[in-house]
Design a binder for this molecule. Structure first.
Ligand SMILES: Nc1ncnc2c1ncn2[C@@H]1O[C@H](COP(=O)(O)OP(=O)(O)OP(=O)(O)O)[C@@H](O)[C@H]1O
Length: 379
């Protein structure tokens, strides 16, 4: 059975992103900790015994499909939702504890919040919006910091404009600057780029990443977009149905997925069935190690399209008959529909090849398998 599935230049030439925090002001200790959070809305379990931390300067992505509970966790960190069970800490401060009823309201948590739709104060200028939360510093310092942040995000010329003259992407950057201005202990970003068109989104993502990293701000980013998580995250926590099913470095999550759901979530793949024989599993494209799985175990095999290398060969009577059904250019890669012969069986498989690689229909091919992009799980 087969399941079918450039950033623009940054504002900041490499190494030129200004620093928000002064040197030596890096915070110590965990920036955010969610401990044993369980939360239900009626029959729906939005969070089930969630434990997650964000370290200083770290960018953690909560990644999962719609409705899995990402926003609920972010809202608990922000203080917009009280956990029915569990604790929340921001820095050293216990801000919510279901056992004792301890509760610190959002405005006292030292968190920065940015949602999908930037909501700016329409009656304040862009600079006044950014300086809004800076009420403990002098007017001069407010203006200096506000202008510095706007400059870092390429919005300096708009400082004295009102929000309605800005594009959606510019408004989103102002919202980011406003949230960053008070130097929060943690930034909480909920799908902040999803309302933007693709090219603008790539650019704002890139600018945001550089700004957060240079400012050393710990960040929890909610996204349903696996590419965004890979681009932004130091650590990814994959969620499904209110649970974190895997967390780790992006490479671990991508290359050592915990289960088929995680593999599929990063992109459609070729799915096959097999059986462990002599510690290995045979597939139409090649043989895979079965790891610790016992002899005779029925398995499912998930093969990413990029795991398949397609080699055109000349037509001959010795060739096994594997051939191209269709080729399409996706842009940076080419997508090839294959009919792969294996014994007396034929399999429809999908391959991704880098660049422009468009073999014609019926072209005989050999297919090679990169085992690092193929995964075996008990069926
Ligand atoms: N206030 C609420 N009342 C009732 N159900 C809610 C409420 N908030 C969230 N839910 C439900 O809890 C579950 C988790 O929702 P949540 O918004 O946290 O998921 P999500 O992963 O952020 O999804 P999305 O990406 O679509 O925002 C969903 O089934 C949602 O319908």
């Amino acid at each position: 059975m087969i399941h079918n599935a450039a950033p623009l230049p940054s504002h900041f030439p490499s190494g030129e992103v200004p620093t928000l925090h002064g040197e030596g002001r890096r915070p110590a200790g965990t920036a955010l900790a969610l401990e044993g959070i369980t939360h239900r809305f009626g029959e729906v379990t939005a969070a089930e015994d969630i434990t997650l931390d964000v370290q200083p300067e770290e960018l953690v992505c909560l990644l999962g499909p719609s409705g899995c509970g990402k926003t609920t966790l972010l809202r608990m960190a922000a203080g917009l939702e009280r956990p029915q069970q569990g604790r929340v800490r921001v820095g050293d401060q216990l801000v919510a504890d279901s056992a004792t009823g301890a509760w610190v309201p959002p405005e006292q948590r030292n968190v920065g919040l940015v949602f999908q739709d930037a909501v700016l104060f329409p009656h304040l200028t862009v600079l006044e919006n950014v300086a809004f939360g800076l009420n403990r510093v002098t007017a001069g310092e407010r203006e200096r910091r506000g202008r510095a942040l706007l400059g870092q995000l390429g919005l300096g010329p708009f400082a004295d404009s009102y929000p309605h003259v800005l594009s959606g992407g510019q408004q989103q950057r102002v919202a980011l600057a406003r949230a960053l201005a008070p130097e929060p202990r943690i930034m909480l970003l909920d799908e902040p780029f999803s309302g933007l068109d693709a090219r603008l989104r790539d650019r704002i993502r890139d600018d945001t990443l550089h700004l957060l990293k240079r400012s050393g701000t710990a960040t929890l980013l909610v996204t349903h977009d696996p590419e965004e998580a890979l681009f932004m995250a130091d650590r990814i926590a994959v969620m499904r149905d209110g649970r974190i099913i895997q967390q780790g470095h992006p490479i671990d999550v991508y290359c050592n997925p915990a289960d088929p759901f995680v593999v599929r979530f990063f992109g459609d793949c070729n799915e096959l069935r097999g059986v462990v024989r002599n510690g290995r599993v045979e597939t139409p494209a090649g043989t895979l190690e079965a790891g610790h799985l016992a002899e005779g175990t029925a398995v499912q095999v998930l093969i990413r399209p990029e795991a398949l290398r397609v080699l055109p060969v000349s037509r001959s009577s010795e060739h096994n008959g594997s051939h191209v059904l269709m080729s399409r250019l996706l842009g940076r890669a080419s997508f090839i529909h294959l009919c792969v012969h294996h014994g007396t069986d034929e399999y429809h498989m999908h391959a991704h090849m880098p660049g422009v690689f468009l073999p014609e229909r019926d072209q005989p091919v050999d297919v090679q398998l990169d085992p690092q992009q193929a995964f075996v799980f008990p069926a």
